[in-house]
Design a protein around this ligand. Structure first.
Ligand SMILES: NC(=O)c1ccc[n+]([C@@H]2O[C@H](COP(=O)([O-])OP(=O)(O)OC[C@H]3O[C@@H](n4cnc5c(N)ncnc54)[C@H](OP(=O)(O)O)[C@@H]3O)[C@@H](O)[C@H]2O)c1
Length: 275
């Protein structure tokens, strides 16, 4: 197996660049199996959230895999209702309890819901206590990041945002990178129910390397320097999505994937979300 790539976050924490996303992966056997298959395939990074309802099964998958806890990077997130209710620290403890862990590697504010400024104070306390090895945000636009940076000495390690060839979100990525904040791409394959992977341009590029459209897209994310969180519940796809460390897209092929950009989101807009 080729060596996977990692990124060193702004506080020195090392994050594997490809992680398994488990949004819409049902709790129970489906999540336990997805996590164990991923860890067997070499993944060392799982991205969950309280609102995905599967933290318990993520923890069970981790334990069942036999991979040492310290070798796996686990992310979970503080949900909007808990942000609005100022329940940051209590909600974090509940997540740890469900995961069956005594720390997470990364804890994120899931959306910039009203009260996120206090939530950031809560995350800093969690970080200072060593219960999260790194803290960050998700769905923060440039103006949210500017407000946070103007008011906090602790820089978020990451901003997890929508990004795919269809909605590259490159300006926000460039801004975050210029601030020393790494970016994680959500819906990196265009999301559930999307049509990105049937784009014939991706199949044509993949044919040159003997790779699938999904592998081309994941490789594109890796080469543009973002962390990428593909989700699948199918063992074969989970393995396929990690088999991306033995080829390099040429500059021409990177440009051809860039050209797929429509500038239209597949998911909710962080400035107008209503949940
Ligand atoms: N922070 C946030 O607000 C936020 C929002 C959305 C997502 N996320 C994170 O990002 C992760 C990924 O995003 P996402 O779940 O929205 O979508 P995604 O990973 O872009 O796409 C998932 C879809 O692609 C399919 N798929 C996966 N691998 C494939 C392959 N090799 N070939 C063909 N189809 C394939 C999956 O089908 P099957 O499962 O049926 O295989 C599923 O329908 C989430 O799981 C979550 O961890 C975060």
């Amino acid at each position: 197996m080729a060596i996977q790539s990692t990124i060193t976050l702004n506080n020195g924490t090392v994050i594997p660049q490809v992680g398994l996303g488990v949004f819409q992966t049902p709790d129970g056997a489906t999540t336990v199996d997805a996590v164990t298959v991923a860890l067997e395939a070499g993944y060392r990074h799982i991205d969950t959230a309280m609102i995905y309802g599967n933290e318990t099964s993520v923890g069970e998958g981790l334990r069942r895999s036999g991979v040492p806890r310290g070798d796996v990077f686990v992310t979970t997130k503080l949900w909007n209702d808990d942000i609005r209710a100022h329940r940051g620290q209590a909600a974090f403890e509940e997540s740890l309890e469900r995961l069956g862990l005594d720390y997470v590697d990364l804890y994120l504010i899931h959306w910039p819901a009203d009260g996120w400024q206090q939530a950031w104070d809560d995350l800093q306390a969690i970080y200072a206590a060593g219960r999260a090895k790194a803290i960050g945000v998700s769905n923060f636009q440039r103006h949210h990041l500017e407000e946070l940076l103007a008011n906090s000495d602790v820089r978020p390690a990451v901003d997890q945002i929508e990004s795919s060839p269809q909605f590259a979100n490159q300006e926000l990525i460039d801004f975050a990178h210029a601030q020393g904040i790494d970016v994680e791409a959500w819906s990196p394959l265009g999301g559930t129910g999307g049509n990105l992977l049937s784009d014939p341009r991706l199949a044509a590029i993949g044919a040159k390397y003997g790779k699938s459209p999904a592998q081309v897209v994941i490789r594109w994310h890796i080469q543009r320097g973002v962390i990428v969180l593909p989700k699948s519940t199918h063992a074969e796809r989970i393995r396929q999505n990690f088999d991306v460390f033995d080829f390099n897209l040429t500059g021409e092929d990177m440009a051809a994937v860039n050209a797929i950009n429509t500038g239209r989101r597949n998911g909710a807009d962080p400035d107008t979300f209503d949940f």
